[in-house]
Design a protein around this ligand. Structure first.
Ligand SMILES: [Zn+2]
Length: 168
C-alpha cells in the first residue's frame, strides 16, 4: 500500500482503480511527462482519457514529451478555494500548448496541459511574470515515492506568437 500523499497540507488521493492517473503520476515521479498516444491516428491527448477524442479509437500507448511549450492562456487565482493554497495567493495557473502537437489537428487545437506557474525552486511565480505567448518547461514537484506533480516554469526562450497579458 503506497504511503498517503500530502500536498500543501491536503490529501492527494488517486483511487486504486484509476489506472490512467496512477500511471501518469508514476511516470511523473520518474520525471517523465507522458501523454496517451493513439495508434490509429497518431495524435496524443490530455487528460489521459480511455478514448481518442479525435478518432474515437480505444487503443493507446504512453508517449514521452519534452515538457516544453507556450502559454496558451492563464488565470490568476486571488481567492483560493482549497485551504492549502491560501498562503500562495495570488498565484498563476497556466494552460500550456505543448510543442509536440501545437496547432494540430487544426490551427485552433493543440495538446494542452494545465499546471501552476512556479519558480525553479518550486515556489509560486509572480503574477507579474506571466503572459500568453511566453515559453515554459515542465518541472516536477516530488510529493511521495510514487507521485510527483508536473508544474511549469518560465524559460528565457523568445515568446511565440502574440504576447499578451492582463493590463494592470
Ligand atoms: Zn485517434
Amino acid at each position: 500500500m503506497p504511503q498517503p500523499a500530502q500536498y500543501r497540507g491536503m490529501a492527494l488521493v488517486i483511487p486504486d482503480n484509476d489506472s490512467e492517473w496512477i500511471e501518469y503520476f508514476q511516470h511523473a515521479r520518474q520525471h517523465r511527462l507522458v501523454m496517451r498516444a493513439c495508434p490509429a491516428c497518431g495524435l496524443m491527448r490530455y487528460p489521459p482519457s480511455p478514448a481518442c477524442p479525435w478518432c474515437m479509437g480505444l487503443e493507446w500507448t504512453w508517449r514521452e514529451v519534452s515538457g516544453r511549450g507556450t502559454i496558451h492562456s492563464y488565470e490568476v487565482v486571488a481567492h483560493a478555494i482549497q485551504p492549502g493554497f491560501k498562503d500562495a495567493t495570488p498565484y498563476v495557473v497556466v494552460l500550456v500548448d505543448l510543442d509536440e502537437q501545437r496547432a494540430v489537428p487544426t490551427p485552433d487545437e493543440s495538446l494542452r496541459i494545465i499546471g501552476n506557474l512556479v519558480r525553479p525552486d518550486g515556489s509560486m511565480e509572480s503574477e507579474r511574470e506571466v503572459a500568453i505567448g511566453r515559453r515554459v518547461r515542465v518541472m516536477f514537484q516530488d510529493v511521495v515515492d510514487h507521485l510527483a506533480l508536473p508544474q511549469f516554469t518560465l524559460t528565457d526562450e523568445p515568446p511565440v506568437g502574440r504576447v499578451w497579458r492582463l493590463p494592470e
